[in-house]
Write a protein that binds this ligand. Structure first.
Ligand code: DX5
Ligand code: ZN
Length: 228
């Protein structure tokens, strides 16, 4: 049985010790981190205010090897792509719901790939496969991120998006797309099992890892153990 890839969301990490947190991920054998870039405007919450390109650049200074996936929950995401590429991000995830339509989403995905980055699109729990078929079919996306929570905060309960994961997996297979399924939000030792069964190759976990009562490493083992 293949092992699920785990990508820690540093939203839940100790931001005062980000270099140490990244080192901890690398020491645990992890290859990538998930960086939630929230502007406090798009999600309409002053609490949802996080990092910008400078943070990505500074994290990159200390770690050449970590893969950084930047999740944009911002107004006007198009304007950050160049600076994120310069900063050393590896991929950019944009919210389908922040786009004005299919053409806008495809245009942004092209801008991301033209900058040498992997493109990914994330879908809120209420967004359906039918709404995004015309975008995914372009095969511009390395991954599709299926959110198990409405973005904005760590530590929320997982909403049952398993039927959608299964449908999207089938759509990817039927159309021979090179797109991997990633699930973000509400992942823990219990919820990970079904999402992997339904087709997720990678799960993003924040609070379960960084706020685990025993340790980050124990949390990681529990997430992986569900699929061994
Ligand atoms: C949701 C973010 C997630 C978040 C996940 O707002 O997009 O990346 O950090 O946090 P947990 O794992 O705590 O649900
Ligand atoms: Zn995220």
């Amino acid at each position: 049985c293949s092992e699920v890839e785990v990508s820690p969301s540093v939203l839940a990490a100790d931001w005062g010790n980000m270099n140490g947190e990244i080192k901890r991920c690398l020491d645990a054998g992890l290859k990538r981190i998930h960086v939630d870039m929230f502007d406090g405007v798009y999600l309409n919450s002053s609490e949802a205010l996080t990092f910008g390109p400078k943070m990505v650049k500074d994290m990159r200074k200390y770690s050449k090897e970590i893969i950084m996936d930047v999740h944009l929950c911002v107004e006007k995401p198009h304007r950050y792509i160049d600076s994120l590429a310069d900063a050393g991000a590896n991929s950019v995830i944009f919210q389908f719901e922040a786009m004005s339509g299919t053409d806008d989403a495809i245009c942004l995905a092209k801008k991301i790939t033209e900058n040498g980055l992997d493109a990914a699109m994330s879908l809120n729990p209420s967004t359906t496969l039918d709404q995004v078929k015309d975008i995914l079919i372009t095969n511009l996306f390395t991954s599709v991120i299926i959110l198990g929570v409405n973005p904005g905060f760590g530590g929320q309960l997982f909403q049952n998006v398993n039927p959608k994961i299964k449908d999207i997996k089938q759509f990817i297979e039927e159309n021979n797309l090179d797109t991997e399924i990633v699930v973000d939000g509400g992942m823990n030792a219990k919820t990970v099992h079904a999402v992997v069964e339904n087709g997720a190759a990678t799960v993003i976990a924040g609070s379960f890892l960084f706020q685990h009562p025993v340790s980050f490493e124990q949390g990681l083992a529990e997430l992986r153990g569900q699929n061994s």
